[in-house]
Design a protein around this ligand. Sequence first.
Ligand SMILES: N[C@@H](CCCCNC(=O)CCCC[C@@H]1SC[C@@H]2NC(=O)N[C@@H]21)C(=O)O
Length: 896
Amino acid sequence: MDNTEKENKSEDEPESPEDEEVDPRIQGELEKLNQSTDDINRWETELEDSRQRFRAVLVEATVKLDEQVKKIGKAVEESKPYWEARRVARQAQVEAQRATQEFQRAIEILRAAKETIALAEERLLEEDSRQFDSAWQEMLNHATQRVMEAEQSRTRSELEHRETAAKYNAAIGHMRQLEKKLKRTISKSRPYFELKSKYYLQLEQLKRKVDECQAKLSQAKAEYRTALRNLESISDEIHARRRLAAIGPRGCGVGAEKDAGTGDDISNFKMESDSISMISETFEEENSNGSASDEDAETQSRCSLNSNSAPLDVPRPYVPSGPSPYPLLSSSCPFTSCTSLNSFSPCPGGVELPSPGSLEGFDRVSPVLGPRSECSGASSPECEQERGERAEGAERKPENTTRASGLKSTTLEEGPKVAVGRKAALQHMDRNLEVFETQATSAARQGAQILVFPEDAIHGFNFSRESIAPYLETVPDPGAVTWSPCADPDRFQNTEVLHRLSCMAQKNSLFLVANMPDCQPCNRSVDPLCPADGRYQFNTDVVFSDNGTIVARYHKQNLYFEAAFDTPPACEYVTFTTPFAGRFGVFTCFDILFREPVVTLVKDMGVRQFVYPTAWMNQLPLLAAVQFQRSFSYSAGVTLLAANIRSAAMGMTGSGIFTPWDALYHHDTEGETGKLLVLRVPVLDPLLLGDAPERARLKLVPFSGFPKMDLAEKTEFEPFQRELDSGFCLKEDSSCNIQSSPFTSTMMYDKFTLVPVHGKEGNLTACDGSFCCHLLFQKINPSPEEELYALGAFDGLHVVHGTYYLEVCAVVRCTGLHQESCGGEIEHAHMLMDFHLHAAFTTEHVFAGVLGSGMTLDRPDESGWKNGSFYMSRRGMSSGLVTAVLYGRVYEKDSE
Ligand SMILES: N[C@@H](CCCCNC(=O)CCCC[C@@H]1SC[C@@H]2NC(=O)N[C@@H]21)C(=O)O
C-alpha cells in the first residue's frame, strides 16, 4: 500500500474504530477458521499415515509375491490365462447381476405406474364427470408419462440384461475350458494367486482410506477458504460502513469535494492503466510469439509464500507451496527441516551426469521433439525419414490403428529409455530453443507483451524417470530467490535452458512462459512423499518477466500418464502480475479438466486471465484441443492463452487466444507447420480495472452462463422462447414431438444413451438414468438422407485415459447413417441447425461449446441457469453443426 493510500484510509475511517463493537460474525468465522485448520492438520497427518500404510503393504506384497513366484516357478505364468478368465467371469457376473436388478426395478416401476393409471382412471370415472378433478387428471397425465418412460427403460434394461447374461455365460464357458486344460498348473499356482487376491483386497481397502482422507482434506480446505472469504467480506463491509460514516457527516451533494478525494484519484489512475491494451500471443510448436513492455513488473507468485523469504543460492529440499493459500498453516510446515540446507543435491548440477560425450539414445530422441522440427514444411530425404519415423512410431502402438483413433494419448511416441548425456540433451533442447528465439523476435516485432510456449516444447515427451535426468534443471522458487538467469548466469549451476529463456525474455522485452522439466531435491527422512531417488521431478511452467527475472513457477498437478514426473505433494495455486494486464494464473494441459488448481484460481482467487501450455491430443466430437479451450474460456469467463504442441501425427494440434467473447485460434491437421498468433485482448483483472467503465465486463460470473450481449436482439429468440414456455415443439402439428426409441453408442469410451434427431424440427429428450438432456431444434437446410444427428446423455465416471466424472448433454453429427456411428470422430457437416439444449446438471461446472464444420469454433448466443437446468441456445450458424455440447464436470464424484 503506498502512502497516499494509507493517508486516505486514515482519513476515511472513524477516529477510533476500536470503539466499535466487534462484529459477532467475526468470532464465528474465526472459530470455523481454527476448526478447519485443525481439520486440515489432522487429515494431512492421516493422509500421510494411510499413504505410508498403503506403500508398506505394497512393498510387502511385492516381496511376498516374488518369493512365491520363485517357489512355484513357471506354473504362475502358464496358469495366468485361467486366472485372468476367472477375473473376467467374476466381473461379468457382477455386471449381469446389476443388469438383472435394473431390469427388475424397471418392471417394478412400470407396474407401479400402471397401477396409478388404473387408480386415477377409476377415480375420474367415479367423479361422474360432473366435477372435473384436476388433481387426478394431472396424476393421470403424470402416470401416463411415467408408463412411457418406464416402458422405454424396461426395454433398455431387458436388452442389457440379455447382453450381460450372454457375456457372463461366455466368460464362464471360457474359464471352464481353461480350467480343464491347465488343471495341474492352476492347482500349483493357487497359493500365489490367492495371496495376490488377499493383498489386492487389502490394498483396495487402504486405497479407499487414502481417498477418504483426501476427500476430507479437500473439504476441510474448502471450509477454510470459505471462512477466510467470509472474513474478508465482513472486513470489506466494515470498511465500507466506516467510510460511509466518515463521508456522511461531511454532507451530501459536495460534488467538488468528492471529485477531489484521493480515493477517486486512485480509481482514475487505474482507469488510465486500463487503457494499456494487452497483446498476448500463443505459440504452436515451432512458432511462438511474444510481446514487450517497458515497465518493470511488480510480480508475485502465490506459490512462493513459504516461510523462507531470504534468497538462497544453494539447493534446498523442496518445500511444497500448497500450504501457502492457508496462511495459518504456514508455520506448520509438514517438512520439519524445511529451513535446513541440504549439502548434497541429487539434482543435476549436484550429481554426476552421464558422460557428456555420449550420444547413446540420442537418435531416439529426435522423433519425440515437438517443436524441434527442422523438418517442418521442409522437404529433404532426412525430413522424409523423420516424418516416416514419427508415423511409424505412432503406428507401432497397438491402439493407433487409424488416423482417427490415432488422435489418442496412446500415440505418444517413446522418449529415450536410455539417458543421454547432458551435452546431448542440451544440443537437443538448443535446437528447439532456436525456434523459440526466432518466434520471440518475430512476436516482439509485432508488439506482443506476453508469449506462451507449449508444454514439452523444449524437451519432448514420454521420457522415463531416468531418461529425463539430463534434461532437468532446478528452477528456484521465485518467492525465495529473486533471480534473472540472464543477468546472473553463474549463480546456479546446470541452468543453461533457464539462462537462454531468461535472455530471450529480456532481449525481446516480453513476459515469457515456457514449460520444462524441473528437479527439486527432497529429504526422505522428513518428507515421506519424497521419491526414492531423493528428488522430485516436476512438469513445470516457468514465467520470466520482461527483464528476464523468474517471476512464477508452477508444477503440473494433474499428470497425464507421465512416467518421468511426480505429482507435487501439495497443489500449487500460482499467479504472476504484469504491468500491462494485471494478474495471470498458470496451469498446464490436463489440469483443465480438474477442480484443482483451476476452479480454485477462478472462483476463490478471482483470477480471470490464464497462460496455458499444453500438449493436448484432439479427441472429437467433444474434446478437440481448441474446442475445449474455447468452451473453458467461455464458461469460466476468463481469457486463456493456450499454446499447444504441433504434431499432426500425434493428434496434437490447436492453439488459441480466447476471451469470453472472442477467439483467435489455429487448427490445421495437415502438415507440421505451426503458427504464431497475436491478438490484442481486453484486460480482465478486476484489480487493474479498478472502477473503469470497462469494469462492466467483470459482471461475468464464472460458470453462471452468458447472457445475450445485445439485449435488443432478444426478440430473435422469441420463437424458441414461446415454444419453450409452452413446452411444445415448433409446429402446431404435434407429430414433430414424436420421439424415436433410445439407443446406446460409445462416444469417447463412454456409453451414451442417444435418440436420433429426425424430422425438420422437434423437441427431444435423451436420458442416462435420471440425467436427462433436452433439445429443441429446427433444421434450416434438412437433408436427412445425407446426415444423421443424435442427442446424447451420459452420467457416469469416465475411466479411459484418465478418471473423471461427467454429466454430458450433447448433439452430435454421426459419422454415418447408422446409429452405431453416433459418437465417432467427425469434423465436417452441412446441416445448419438452430437449437436450444438444456439439462438439470447436478454440478455448476458446465462447459458449453458449439463446434461448426471444419473445426470452426462457434459459441452459444446465450447460456445460463433456468429452473434448475443449465441451457444454451444458438441460431443462425453459418457453418454446419458438428457438435453442441454441455460438458458437466462433477469433480466431487471423481473418486467414486
Ligand atoms: N509430458 C508428458 C506427455 C504430455 C501429456 C500432456 N498432455 C496432457 O496433459 C493432456 C492430455 C489430455 C488429452 C485429453 S484427455 C481426454 C481426451 N482424450 C484424449 O486422448 N485426449 C483428450 C510426458 O512427458 O510424457
